[in-house]
Structure formats: C-alpha cells, structure tokens
Write a protein that binds this ligand. Structure first.
Ligand SMILES: Nc1ncnc2c1ncn2[C@@H]1O[C@H](COP(=O)(O)OP(=O)(O)O)[C@@H](O)[C@H]1O
Ligand SMILES: CC(C)(COP(=O)(O)O)[C@@H](O)C(=O)NCCC(=O)O
Ligand SMILES: [K+]
Length: 258
C-alpha cells in the first residue's frame, strides 16, 4: 500500500491508499522532535482502531519543514522497509518540471498541488491552498508550476492580532452574518473572514488578468469550505488535492523506473 505524507508548518497529515482511493487520513501537529518510533506507535494504534492491517510498501513525502524529513525517513526505513520519495529532492522526478527563476525551490506542497491539479483539470488552474500560509499556485496549460502568491494564513493573522493588541482576544474563525460587528469578537471575525474573502477575490482576479486565459480556481485545505460560503470564490473544492498530487508523483516515478 502507498502512504502519502504532507507535512505542513502546522500539521502533518498521513493518508493511506488502497489502489485509487484513500482508505484513511490521520493528522498530527508538526513537531520536528517527534521520533520515528513515536510516529509508528501513533500510526499503528490508529490503524488498529480502524481495523486496518496495512502493508505499507511505498511512501511519498512533501514537507515544508525540512527538519522533520530525517525522522520520517527513519520511520520508512525501520518500519516500512522502504526508501521514501521526497518531493523536491533531485531523485524525485516531477511529471512536469516547474518554470521558475533559476535557483528557486518552490514548496513541495505547491509542486504536489500542481501535479494533482494538472491530472484532474488539465492545467490553466489556480490552486488556493489554506495552510499556515495561504498559497496561490498557478499551473500552466502544460501542467508546470509557474509561480503564484504567498499570503499570511488565516490562523496566523488571527494569532498575530491577538498577540499584538493587548485588548483583543483569540477568536475562532467563522462566517459572520453581518460585516459591521457589534462586539469585539464579531468585529475580528468580520475583519478576518471578509478581509480574506476580499484577498482571495482580488488576487484570483489579478492572476487571471495577468495570465490572460480562462482559468479554473480550486480551493484546498481545511478552511476552503468555510470561504466557499462567502460566494463564488472557487470553481471546485478538493480537500485531498495535495495527497492526490503526491500519488501522481509517486506513480510517475514508479513508471519511469520500470
Ligand atoms: N477544518 C478546519 N477548520 C478550522 N481550522 C482549520 C481546519 N483545518 C485547518 N485549520 C487550521 O488552519 C491552520 C493551518 O492548517 P493546515 O492545513 O494544517 O496547515 P499546514 O498544512 O500549513 O500545516 C491550522 O492552524 C489549523 O488549526
Ligand atoms: C509557502 C509555504 C510556507 C506554505 O506551507 P504551509 O502553509 O503548507 O506550511 C511553503 O509552500 C513553502 O515553504 N514554500 C517555499 C517557498 C516557495 O514556495 O516559493
Ligand atoms: K499545506
């Protein structure tokens, strides 16, 4: 079976595949101190809970936190008896190489999103990925990642507001009914929710204008569904896009090795 691991700056997500479908997804906070043994105890316990007896033979990893990769490699070596494919490393080939400035290393999550979006939609796509950062990944008609936008993430903004302003509490993000808040929490929620809605609308519009061809806008990441409530921001929402892209990259590397 294939295990895809998407390690972001906040959370690390593991998806177990059976052929073409994801059997289960598990999420833990990202912590570079977590050892291979700790990962394995956690994963195998959760598999037992779901009565899954997985024979993991292949692993593919995207990590925006370089330090965690070492222990994930040890996990693969010690418990799955395999060498993982790590997106962004020279030995991991991409179906279509990115077209960016010389020396730039795009986030592996963005490369995975591009591979997944191209397989599903055939290019001319913007992926809006809500993680620690809110990324816009532009995928050209041939499937190449060609750049995009990195904005501070929704939770990061909420946290910064709380940290920086003595009288402002930490609030959870939600869609306020009204723009004009009548209490402090409602004002913050409005600022973040409608502020990000404006950001997403404005940036996708400008990307489309600069790109000059019709584009599809795909939302992914936990908060995409919440922002879909704001109106017509996305053509589609695909929560598993990064994982799916990792699978595409895995399949491609397997095919060229044969
Ligand atoms: N479904 C959700 N509802 C609310 N908040 C979420 C949801 N999914 C993720 N988040 C929040 O968004 C932030 C970043 O999400 P995540 O996708 O895990 O980031 P990363 O991929 O950078 O680790 C986290 O603070 C997390 O709590
Ligand atoms: C922008 C990111 C931090 C987003 O990562 P995440 O929010 O998933 O943790 C990540 O894609 C990254 O580290 N990128 C490297 C720079 C670049 O993509 O140009
Ligand atoms: K991510």
């Amino acid at each position: 079976m294939l295990l895809t691991i998407d390690c972001g700056n906040t959370n690390t997500v593991f998806s177990l595949w059976d052929g073409e479908t994801i059997v289960q997804t598990w999420r833990t906070s990202t912590d570079h101190r977590r050892t291979a043994d700790q990962y394995y105890v956690w994963l195998s316990t959760l598999m037992q809970v779901r009565k899954i007896s997985a024979d993991v033979r292949n692993v593919v990893i995207s990590s925006t936190v370089p330090r965690v990769v070492f222990n994930l490699r040890v996990l693969c070596d010690r418990y799955f008896d395999c060498r993982p494919l790590v997106v962004g490393k020279p030995e991991c080939r991409l179906p279509v190489p990115p077209r960016v400035e010389e020396g730039v290393r795009p986030g592996p999550d963005r490369l995975a999103n591009a591979a997944g979006a191209f397989q599903r939609h055939g290019g001319d796509v913007v992926v809006v990925d809500f993680g620690t950062a809110t990324n816009f990944d532009v995928v050209a008609s041939d499937g190449a990642y060609v750049g995009g936008v990195i904005a501070p993430g929704v939770n990061l903004s909420l946290e910064a507001l709380h940290q920086g302003a003595a009288a402002l509490p930490h609030v959870d993000i939600s869609r306020p009914e009204r723009v004009i808040g009548t209490n402090t929490v409602a004002c913050i929620q409005s600022g973040v929710f409608w502020g990000y809605t404006g950001l997403i609308e404005g940036i996708t519009q400008r990307i489309k204008a600069e790109y000059g061809r019709p584009m599809k806008v795909i939302g992914t990441g936990g908060l995409a569904a919440l922002f879909a409530q704001a109106g017509d921001l996305f053509d589609e929402i695909e929560d598993d896009l990064t994982m799916y892209g990792l699978r595409v990259i895995h399949d491609y590397n397997l095919a060229i090795a044969q």
